[in-house]
Design a protein around this ligand. Structure first.
Ligand SMILES: Cc1cc2nc3c(=O)[nH]c(=O)nc-3n(C[C@H](O)[C@H](O)[C@H](O)COP(=O)(O)OP(=O)(O)OC[C@H]3O[C@@H](n4cnc5c(N)ncnc54)[C@H](O)[C@@H]3O)c2cc1C
Length: 378
């Protein structure tokens, strides 16, 4: 073996954080050309939840482990609705524990020597990690500890209940991505329904606003929705899930410049939608295949458009249902899936820009270009 080839396998690598990004990278251990990989995770149990994404070329493994795929999805407001169909890019729902178990198997069967360190990282210093067990040096450290949301940015916050109902009311062929026919008084609010079969569905109450609500707010919204649209009073709760996802600027927990940030810490959350799973996989597959360092998985103009869109939403929350329906009406199923997965074509952008209220967007684009939007939210 040449010296160059030997060098390739002398690297000692560390991964911090056993969430989506940490485990998804650990599953790619064979592509990291490392001699050892030490994975630092907190000794904690995280309840399983679902990750939704549109099937794209970089998601073949995840799509093949999906619990269900929908080739049709809807967006609904009080006055309009749009149904999209897509053969190429179905909407998939993946259980987080299924995905992490698959990642675990790949990690433990890797060619490199792998070790799970069940201990939180207290500090890092240059290329070293400090834990209760002491200080250790690595050639590269991938850090997925979540960032902190900046004050006053929009948050996507939600609670979902997977329920079983006594009569067959759900349509398992069509996912409801956003149904705005719910109270808008506590922020931009919609219901997300993934029907696994006619009796079983994940029903989620989701808000975009600057502060999360009590559990009761989401649960009441779900109950009212089920009564109004499905005439359901009683249901069995199979599991519940909740989350808070920052939609916009975040601050890293650890500013050490030697760390390689991945996942939400590496800006993988799409600001305008809160979708992260697809972008985390895109980010990881891009840098492991190119043998480079992690970069944001978003295009510069997607980030710029998202900033304008979020500025419009934050100043005009009542317009949100109309803006989302305009976006959906402007695109067919394939184009909508591409747009939300960061793979839009030029024609998709032109159609979306053409469907938005011109002066409102020009006004907020000006604010974003001049940085006035950030000063206002400081
Ligand atoms: C319930 C729920 C549903 C979601 N649904 C979707 C969806 O449908 N589609 C979608 O695209 N996205 C969805 N998301 C959002 C997105 O997928 C997640 O935010 C994503 O899991 C981010 O992954 P991550 O690895 O960057 O961060 P995390 O998953 O938050 O992982 C960070 C890890 O770092 C660990 N950590 C923190 N501090 C330390 C320390 N000091 N030492 C060691 N470890 C540490 C934490 O314990 C955690 O395990 C959902 C999120 C939630 C919570």
């Amino acid at each position: 073996m040449s010296q160059k080839a030997k060098d390739k396998f002398t690297k000692h690598i560390a991964i911090i954080g056993g969430g989506c990004a940490g485990w998804s990278l650990a599953a790619q251990a064979n592509k990291l050309s490392a001699k050892t990989i030490s994975f630092f995770i907190k000794d904690e149990t995280r309840a399983s939840h679902s990750w939704g994404f549109w099937q794209m070329p970089w998601l073949d493994n995840a799509a093949s482990h999906s619990r269900k795929k929908w080739h049709s999805w809807e967006i609904i407001t009080e006055t309009d609705y749009v149904i999209h169909q897509s053969e190429n890019h179905p909407y998939c729902s993946l259980k987080s524990d299924e995905w992490i178990n698959w990642c675990k198997q790949k990690f433990h069967s890797a060619k490199a020597k792998t070790e799970l360190m069940l201990t939180p990282v207290h500090k890092t210093q240059d290329n070293s990690i400090i834990t209760n067990a002491g200080k250790r040096h690595f050639d590269a450290i991938y850090d997925s500890r979540p960032p902190i949301a900046k004050k006053d940015i929009l948050l996507q916050h939600f609670k979902g209940l997977e329920i079983r109902v006594p009569k067959p009311v759900f349509n398992p062929n069509t996912a409801i991505l956003m149904d705005f026919r719910v109270s808008q008084k506590n922020g931009i609010h919609f219901i997300y329904v993934l029907a696994y079969d006619a009796y079983t569905a994940l029903v989620e109450s989701t808000f975009f606003s600057s502060k999360p609500h009590t559990d009761e707010t989401y649960e009441t919204a779900i109950k009212i929705y089920l009564k109004r649209f499905y005439d359901i009073d009683n249901f069995e709760i199979l599991h519940s899930e909740s989350g808070i996802i920052p939609m916009g600027d975040t601050l890293k927990q650890d500013l050490n410049p030697h760390l390689l940030a991945i996942g939400s810490n590496g800006n993988a959350i799409r600001p305008s939608s809160g979708y992260a799973f697809s972008f985390i996989q895109k980010q990881i597959s891009s840098f492991v295949n190119r043998k480079s360092t992690p970069k944001t998985p978003h295009k510069i103009y997607d980030l710029w458009m998202d900033r304008v869109f979020l500025a419009v939403l934050q100043s005009n929350p009542k317009k949100a249902p109309g803006l989302f329906i305009n976006l959906a009406q402007a695109l067919n199923g394939d184009a909508f899936a591409r747009f939300l997965s960061g793979s839009a074509k030029i024609g998709d952008y032109i159609r979306v820009i053409g469907a938005m209220p011109k002066w409102l967007f020009i006004y907020h684009a000006f604010k974003v270009l001049t940085g006035i939007d950030k000063k206002e939210h400081r």
